[in-house]
Design a protein around this ligand. Structure first.
Ligand code: C5P
Length: 222
């Protein structure tokens, strides 16, 4: 079971990271949040005031920086060149720009290489948008995790307001729809369900039920 490679893709806010963490823990695999890597590059680009349309500069950043993860009891911390940016990469300006940055082929090339290197060394549950199609096309298990946009927005809204953030539900819903459009419409490695991925629709399901469903699929692939 240790070398199982699980690809977990799907649209924004489908609950991928929550589910992936729990599945990884239960199966003794390493959780890899690829969205955090694209967010880290976006954060760095914003810090250096690089225009998200400047492909050469973004490509240079992604081949230069070092991204590391450190497992914690809550999930994982994200480091860029040794600096802890776990909180920073969830900021609104990072979320607003990450789709543009992740559409750059040079950025994708560096990060896909890093993701494949990790998965070559250990069993993983890797969450993202192109894991089943591009990063690990021969993954042992491929899951497409989805839910209605209404439900995804509601969950994100509850999560953010519980943390004390103030936001407008309709705006949040539009932002999620916009990010999905950009991620699925881009030219290079668009967000796409792999033909052989199992669809898990989480609308109306609790986390435990979703995790159980995915564990069942993983155990059948052993
Ligand atoms: O998963 P998360 O919502 O944190 O991902 C942030 C963004 O990173 C996505 O909206 C997408 O633009 C990009 N991404 C990607 N490919 C992946 C993972 C994330 O393009 N494998």
């Amino acid at each position: 079971m240790k070398t199982l490679r699980v690809a977990l893709d799907g649209p924004a806010g489908a609950g991928k990271s929550t589910v992936a963490k729990l599945v990884a823990k239960s199966l003794g695999l390493t959780y890899v949040d690829t969205g955090a890597m694209y967010r880290a590059i976006t954060w760095k680009a914003l810090q250096e005031q690089i225009n998200p349309a400047d492909e050469a500069a973004l490509t240079a950043i992604s081949s230069r920086v070092q991204i590391d993860f450190k497992l914690t009891s809550e999930g994982q911390d994200v480091f860029l060149d040794g600096v802890d940016i776990t909180e920073e990469i969830r900021a609104r300006d990072v979320t607003a720009n990450v789709s543009a940055v992740s559409a750059v082929p040079g950025v994708r090339a560096s990060l896909v290489k890093l993701q494949q290197e990790i998965a070559n060394k250990m069993g993983v549950v890797m969450d993202g948008r192109d894991i089943g199609t591009v990063v690990l096309p021969d993954a042992d298990v491929k899951i497409w995790l989805t839910a209605s946009v209404e439900e995804r927005a509601r969950r994100r809204y509850e999560e953010m307001t519980a943390k004390g953030h103030q936001l407008d539900f309709e705006q949040l819903k539009r932002d999620i729809e916009r990010r999905d459009e950009l991620d699925s419409g881009r030219e290079h490695s668009p967000m796409k369900r792999a033909d052989d991925a199992v669809i898990v629709d989480t609308s109306g399901l609790g986390i435990e039920a979703v995790v159980e469903k995915i564990l069942h699929i993983c155990r059948s692939a052993e």
